[in-house]
Design a protein around this ligand. Structure first.
Ligand SMILES: [Zn+2]
Length: 189
């Protein structure tokens, strides 16, 4: 599968998810198939939010997407390493950074929430908050910050030598997306 086919598969899956026409999954035979190895067609960096489940949102099955999940879809060394494994060793042709509407982590960062290890997430989001927070409407600024964060994570991932090499060689496409809680995924970068 090439990059555009992979992207189309996610788009079509999201259309099915929104319309309620999701495909029947027969996990038994697929589990058997996957015993010999995994060949996911996309790596998805997503938020831990329980409403944002990549496999549901894109109507994909077992073995289809390699997910890297954290609150606020931010990445640290472990997150970037996970993406590098998927891109460099599993050769996924598509890398998606998926932000979303009404993200609790983005909101926590907006209000400078400082508590235990949550602060580490807030710090990662801080530059995007700073860019979006101009004393205007909070909801609008939160929305903007979520998109800025998607772009910031994309920039960070592009700095990985493994990701950069795959992009330079045309083996990988990177796309930024935003999930709306009504079900729709929008391409934002
Ligand atoms: Zn979130």
């Amino acid at each position: 599968m090439d990059q555009n086919e992979a992207l189309n598969r996610l788009r079509e899956g999201n259309r099915r998810y929104v319309s309620g026409a999701i495909e029947q999954k027969d996990f038994g035979p697929r589990r058997e198939e996957l015993k010999s190895g995994q060949h996911p067609f996309a790596t998805v960096v997503a938020c831990s939010d329980s409403r944002v489940v990549p496999e549901y949102i894109f109507d994909v099955g077992l073995g289809d997407v390699f997910t890297v999940v954290s609150a606020g879809n931010v990445v640290d060394k472990v997150g970037i390493g996970s993406v590098e494994y998927a891109v460099g060793h599993l050769h996924t042709p598509l890398l998606v950074v998926l932000g979303h509407e009404k993200c609790g982590a983005v909101k926590a960062a907006y209000h400078n929430h400082d508590e235990s290890n949550i602060t580490a997430i807030v710090k990662k989001l801080a530059p995007s908050i700073k860019k979006a927070k101009k004393g205007g409407n909070e909801e609008e600024e939160l929305d903007k910050a979520a998109v800025f964060n998607v772009k910031a994570v994309m920039r960070k991932l592009k700095k990985s030598p493994i990701v950069k090499k795959a992009l330079d060689e045309g083996r990988l496409k990177i796309v930024g997306m935003k999930y709306h809680l009504d079900g729709k995924v929008e391409v934002v970068a």
